[in-house]
Design a protein around this ligand. Structure first.
Ligand code: PLP
Length: 465
């Protein structure tokens, strides 16, 4: 979450009372401070660094505390509540399941798991013939690594190399952290898997130095991959690509030509492609899955977050012949396909369909990006990029004097938004991320963007206090 620390000292802020937002107290509210302090005292600090409000209730696109304050939510917690907080279809499915008195079965069969899997396979592309259910996203990415390696080893024992991308988020467990290829965040592991090769991410700002227009991203990929070859990597020993479908911290998509060149290369060397759709899946980007923007077909996808829109559920999906590689019992997780999670997830998929939410995300995404690009023009010295697609955006802030990324400015804007009744995703870096529930009304979306505008204005005027 970076070095910026949000103050727990209640601050007087202007009162707000609009159709969608209410700020009636100091922020943080005085009565909430003891709760925040208890968390600081009793919980690992790794969980902290978030905007200091205490959620009491969240419904659709609004978050409420106990003290009369109400925020428009541009976070969907963290791109999870695509169908809206406490979606009524999910709530009633959960109530029904609780009344049925079936809370856990381990890997024993239950009807909700079968119903949910059937629906999931029905609504996903043809290559998704089977799924494996888990709880956390990080389990799903580790599971995909296992499947890609098992698939490679079946071809030849040394085919276990995985190519990933530096800076990508795949979770916090050991394999997932190694995929990220960040010496800082994976230092605790003490070594790097010698068969994991994180490539540099093709950031859009790399083209600034290029005289070629349009920039040849396919060639860029070929050069990056050639660098691996020069380091002695045998491409026939690579079993898979692990690709976060956009780089999470800034909603940074890959150039389409880059991924298409990657796909051609992968097919030429018998290498599987996994897209980690844990953050971007289920309509967030204006398509069911983000990889669909690149016009390629993966072998595996990892799902989580908005898969259930509520309870902990993740999944890996792919063709039968890959999904069935592990022997009976050799890939399982105690909470896999828990009855409550499956009931909630089935209702969630139905809610996506009922609300036509993928189309809605694309439509509202156009409104969002139109307005954000206007902000970029207005604050051109402070905003270097508006990234993302659909109801997903990353606002990349820059310091007007140094032209370097400005995490402090972004954190201040997030704090200011909170004080005005808008929650945005604080990344701790130069990116401010935006991802409202796909159910948000146009009116609330525009009101939220106006708050962002005002917050930019005020933080800019304050300077670096
Ligand atoms: C793209 C991506 N992959 C994997 C994960 C890990 O998911 P989880 O936190 O559920 O383990 C995340 C979490 O933010 C993510 O954004």
């Amino acid at each position: 979450m970076g070095s910026y620390k949000f103050s727990l000292i209640p601050q007087k802020v202007p009162l707000v009372n609009t159709k969608f937002r209410k700020i009636k107290t100091e922020i943080p509210a005085l009565e909430s401070v003891s709760i925040l302090e208890d968390l600081e005292k009793y919980e690992s600090r790794s969980m902290h660094g978030q905007l200091p409000i205490v959620w009491d209730r969240a419904e659709d696109f609004q978050v409420f505390d106990k003290y009369g304050n109400c925020w428009i939510d541009f976070t969907s917690t963290i791109f999870l509540t695509n169908t809206g907080h406490a979606n009524p279809m999910i709530i009633s499915a959960l109530q029904e399941k609780i009344n049925q008195k079936l809370l856990h079965t381990y890997t024993f069969a239950h009807e909700s798991r079968a119903q949910f899997l059937k629906k999931l396979i029905e609504i996903t592309p043809d290559f998704c013939e089977k799924a494996f259910l888990l709880s956390a996203g990080t389990e799903a990415t580790e599971c995909a690594v296992k499947l890609m390696r098992m698939h490679g080893q079946a071809i030849k024992p040394s085919k276990i190399g995985i190519i990933s991308f530096q800076g990508s988020m795949h979770g916090r467990t050991m394999g997932a952290e190694m995929l990220k290829g960040d010496p800082g965040t994976s230092a605790w592991i003490g070594y790097m898997d010698p068969n994991m090769y994180p490539l540099p991410f093709p950031y859009p700002w790399l083209v600034k130095e290029s005289a070629v227009d349009p920039y040849d991203w396919a060639e860029h990929f070929r050069k990056d991959i050639e660098t691996l070859h020069k380091k002695g990597v045998n491409f026939d020993d690579i079993c898979g690509f692990m690709i976060e479908s956009y780089q999470g911290w800034g909603a940074i998509f890959y150039p389409k030509a880059y991924i298409q060149a990657l796909a051609i290369f992968a097919r030429g060397h018998g290498i599987l492609i996994t897209f980690d759709e844990i953050q971007g899946g289920f309509g967030r980007s204006g398509k069911l899955f983000v990889y669909q923007h690149y016009d390629v077909e993966p072998d595996l996808i990892c799902l989580g977050k908005a898969l259930s829109g509520s309870l902990p559920l993740s999944a890996v999906m792919g063709r039968r012949k890959i999904m069935d590689l592990p022997q009976v019992g050799s890939m399982s997780s105690t909470h896999s396909g828990n009855p409550l999670c499956c009931a909630a997830a089935l209702a969630n998929l139905k809610a996506i369909e009922a609300g036509n939410l993928i189309v809605e995300s694309e439509r509202k995404g156009k409104i969002l990006h139109h307005h954000l690009n206007q902000l970029k023009d207005k604050y051109s010295n402070y905003i270097s990029f508006i990234l993302g697609k659909g109801l997903l955006a990353g606002i990349i802030s820059t310091n007007p004097e140094t032209r370097k990324p400005d995490g402090f400015f972004a954190s201040r804007v997030c704090e200011k938004c909170m004080q005005k009744g808008l929650l945005v995703v604080h990344t701790g870096r130069e990116a401010i991320k935006i991802g409202p529930p796909l159910t948000i009304s146009d009116e609330a979306l525009i009101e939220g963007i106006e708050v962002l505008d005002k917050s930019f204005q005020e933080v800019m005027e304050e300077g670096r206090k």
